[in-house]
Design a protein around this ligand. Structure first.
Ligand code: SIN
Length: 284
């Protein structure tokens, strides 16, 4: 695809592109919007530099792509329920997202995409990695793909809502899980193991370590060996890219066909981000 309004520079062979020529604080017109959307479909995660975004402008940009999610477990930014502060203070030992995952896959209609904006970043470290889940699916053997095509899996929020796990996390980090989220019933939903993207028509692998607990019709113990194989396969280095943040950078990833991993390698430094999460459709 050629672009008339924006510049699109891929950053790896697998996925990810830096976009230039867009000011996200402005109401982007339909022509720019459709090229940004196209760039997301082609590159799965797109990055913008030097953006000046207020929380309202951040949310407005997200709303161009759908309704905004209010995270069921995390305490939101004051006055902005749709913004999740992703904050690691120098004394925190834990961060958010240092395991390969796709956002909120335990919801009935999980997220289509997340838009993360950097307010403060460490001098070095705190990069985010992304993995292409179309490639993860396409590189499996014919036999494995045929088997997975007919399977569904159970996704759960228990890693966040289980009181012991949540308390342990809250002790080590500044982005905190709400007390009432720990007493609510576990959220579980079943999704296809291989989903078809509603816009691109491509199939991708849709299981992830923190939230997928078992295949439907199997026990957790029975499911684990194959799930562990799929997690390792899905994040092979050649399916990934790595983004080096700067203050005022934005990353926008498609949760339907990627996984991501936030590195926790900047102990003693502060990293402060805001995330807007756009709702998606029930996976098919
Ligand atoms: C996340 O959304 O999982 C966090 C990503 C990051 O902080 O880089």
């Amino acid at each position: 695809m050629t672009y008339q309004h924006i510049e699109v520079k891929p950053i790896s062979g697998a996925l990810g592109a830096e976009i230039a020529g867009v000011d996200l604080s402005q109401d982007i017109g339909n022509a720019v919007f459709s090229e940004v959307q196209q760039a997301l479909h082609e590159n799965l995660v797109i990055f913008f530099r030097d953006q000046e975004l207020t929380p309202e402008q951040h949310k407005d940009f997200g709303r161009r792509f759908g309704t905004l999610n209010i995270h069921p477990q995390y305490v939101p930014l004051d006055g902005h329920p749709e913004i999740l502060p992703i904050l690691k203070e120098p004394e925190d030992t834990l961060n958010i997202g240092d395991v390969w995952h796709t956002d909120v896959s335990f919801l009935e209609q999980p997220s289509m995409g997340s838009i993360l904006y950097a307010h403060e970043v460490p001098d070095a470290g705190g990069d985010t990695m992304f993995a292409n889940q179309y490639l993860a699916y396409e590189t499996l053997s014919d036999g494995m793909r045929e088997m997975l095509d007919d399977m569904t899996a159970v996704h759960s929020d228990r890693i966040l809502s289980n009181p012991a796990s949540a308390k342990n996390r809250n002790d080590g980090r500044s982005t905190v899980i709400k007390e009432d989220a720990m007493t609510e019933e576990e959220i579980t939903n079943e999704h296809p193991v291989v989903r078809t993207h509603v816009d691109t028509g491509r199939k991708s692998l849709y299981v992830n370590d923190p939230f997928t607990v078992r295949f439907s019709g199997m026990t957790e113990e029975e499911s684990q060996p194959l799930l562990q194989f799929l997690y390792a396969h899905a994040t092979r280095p050649e399916f990934t890219c790595r983004f080096r943040w700067e203050k005022k950078s934005v990353a926008f990833w498609d949760n339907r066909c990627t996984q991501h991993y936030a590195l926790n390698d900047y102990q003693g430094q502060r990293r402060s981000m805001h995330r807007v999460t756009v709702n998606g459709e029930r996976p098919i």
